[in-house]
Each structure stands twice: as structure tokens, then as C-alpha cells.
Design a protein around this ligand. Structure first.
Ligand code: ADP
Length: 267
């Protein structure tokens, strides 16, 4: 599979204390990567480096192009942890918020741009809110509008930083199902920082565990069997993370699962 996003030997520090050390990985097109790890482990910082918002040592390639030479930013969609739009009380409609996601715009709105906005709102099931003031929407609805904004330029990679923190259980499930559809049906490569490992585990294809460096990067199955993760989290803890994605209480590993074999229930 061709590379979507590659990091080679990244090092970064805000002050003198290193936040990221020796970070290397290769995310391939079509991957859906759940980025997990302890608070302060450097996850958000890593996303900032990948987006060129912070600069450290090492190399980053987007679609095999070095970050410094990369110009096709419309191919990357980003949904930050806290959007300035959510914090401002400015009376702007949901449709205008989505329109803001189109990078290089002249004045006025072209028919083509409006079509892109409508399509993005269609995908995130938010077209019915187009004329509603953004702030009058629920948090879950706002988050889907912000997702539409991240999708409006039809990105090939979508990068999200804990998008579900403020959502109730139902909105969260809907939001993750939506990301799952984008990945499976439209082949969008997704990198997602999340604590919702149970919910997101249904959809992701790979886990990346970051604690200053990449402790683990691989498939869900590999995650369950990784000695490095077991050492970091304690025995069986990774099963708790991976297991919760099955709402029917069945372990996705079946007979392969060490914890089930030992009579545990992962809970
Ligand atoms: P995570 O997303 O895994 O919780 P962060 O990337 O947010 O981790 O933070 C990694 C470390 O960098 C933490 O120790 C945090 O306090 C520190 N940090 C984050 N942002 C800044 C900043 N702007 N200035 C200084 N230190 C920062």
C-alpha cells in the first residue's frame, strides 16, 4: 500500500524537556489509526508536527512528499480538540462554518463551492442545520458540522484530536460510525487521537501507542499480543482496550485470547 504519512526519527521539545523522541512510523493509504497513550505522552504534539504547526527534528512525508515541499493541504482535513469556532459566540450559520473549510477562496461563493459544502453536510448528516446559527446546535451537532468543515475539500487524510470528548454516548457512537463509513466507503485515511478506545475499536484498523516515542504501532490483533504494550500497561490491559469494541460481549480474538482462556472477562 502506498504511504500516506511517514515520520522518520522525529524529536521535539517545547522547552528543554523532550516531548517526542525517535518517533518513526508509516501510515498507509486507507489505514484508520487510533492514537492512544497516557496524558502528556505527546499525541497532540505529534499531530501538530505532522500538520506543520510545530517544527522539530526529523523528517515527515505526506504522500511521499517532504513536509517542507508539500503544498496540497486541501488533501488533509483537521479537526482540533478545541475549535475557535466552538468557543466564539459569533452568530454564524452552520453552512458558513463549513464554507470556512475551503482554503483558498475569493470573495463571494461560487456554485462549485456551494456544491462542495452541501456534499460535506450531506456526508455528516447536517444539511438540515445549514441555516441554523452554529451556537444554537447541540454539541454533537456542532461536532458533525465541524467534521463537515474538515471534509469540505474532500481530503484524503483526516486528522482528529479527541473529537468525542464533549459528546454524549449516542452522539459519540454516531460520530464514530460516520468516521468508519468515510474510511471504509470512501477510503479516507484517518488518524484519530482518542480515549474512546472501546467505541472506536469497532472501526479502526491499527493502534498507535505513543508515550514520548512509539511504543506500539500495528494492527488490533498485534496490539493484543504485543509484549511492549503489556509491559507498558500491565498484563491483559490491552485486551480491555481492544475487547470493549464488541458490544455483544464476545471477545474479538475468540480462542486466541489469553485472558478469556484464563477465565477473565476483560471488564
Ligand atoms: P497528549 O496529547 O499525549 O496529552 P501533549 O502533546 O498535549 O500530550 O503534551 C506533551 C507534553 O508537552 C506535556 O508535558 C505538555 O505539558 C507539554 N506541552 C504541550 N503543549 C505545550 C506548549 N505549548 N508549551 C509547553 N509545553 C507544552
Amino acid at each position: 500500500m502506498p504511504s500516506a504519512l511517514r515520520a522518520e526519527n522525529l524529536h521535539f521539545a517545547y522547552t528543554r524537556v523532550p516531548v517526542l523522541e525517535n518517533v518513526s512510523f508509516d501510515v498507509q493509504r486507507g489505514d484508520y489509526v487510533g492514537i492512544i497513550g497516557p496524558n502528556g505522552g505527546g499525541k497532540t504534539t505529534l499531530l501538530k508536527l505532522l500538520l506543520g504547526l510545530e517544527k522539530g527534528r526529523g523528517k515527515i512525508f505526506l504522500f511521499d512528499t517532504p513536509l517542507e515541499q508539500f503544498r496540497a493541504w486541501h488533501k488533509i482535513g483537521y479537526l482540533a480538540q478545541k475549535s475557535p469556532v466552538s468557543q466564539s459566540r459569533f452568530p454564524i450559520s452552520a453552512q458558513e462554518v463549513v464554507l470556512m473549510g475551503l482554503a483558498q477562496r475569493g470573495s463571494g461563493v461560487s456554485v462549485g463551492e456551494l456544491k462542495q459544502v452541501h456534499e460535506a453536510m450531506q456526508k455528516t448528516h447536517t444539511r438540515q442545520y445549514a441555516g441554523t446559527i452554529f451556537h444554537d446546535l447541540s454539541i454533537g451537532q456542532q461536532q458533525r458540522v465541524l467534521l463537515a468543515r474538515a471534509l469540505v475539500s474532500n481530503p484524503e487524510i483526516l486528522i482528529l484530536d479527541e473529537p468525542s470528548t464533549a459528546l454524549d454516548a449516542q452522539s459519540r457512537e454516531m460520530f464514530f460510525d460516520l468516521l468508519g463509513e468515510l474510511n471504509k466507503q470512501q477510503g479516507v485515511t484517518i488518524l484519530l487521537i482518542t480515549h474512546d478506545t472501546g467505541e472506536v475499536g469497532k472501526h479502526i484498523s491499527k493502534f498507535m501507542y505513543i508515550d514520548k516515542t512509539v511504543i506500539f504501532f500495528g494492527t488490533k490483533q498485534e496490539f493484543c499480543h504485543s509484549a511492549a504494550v503489556a509491559k507498558q500497561l500491565g498484563p491483559f490491559a490491552q485486551h480491555t482496550i481492544d475487547h470493549l469494541h464488541n458490544h455483544h460481549g464476545h471477545c474479538p480474538l475468540g480462542e486466541d485470547c489469553q485472558e478469556c482462556a484464563h477465565g477473565g472477562n476483560h471488564a
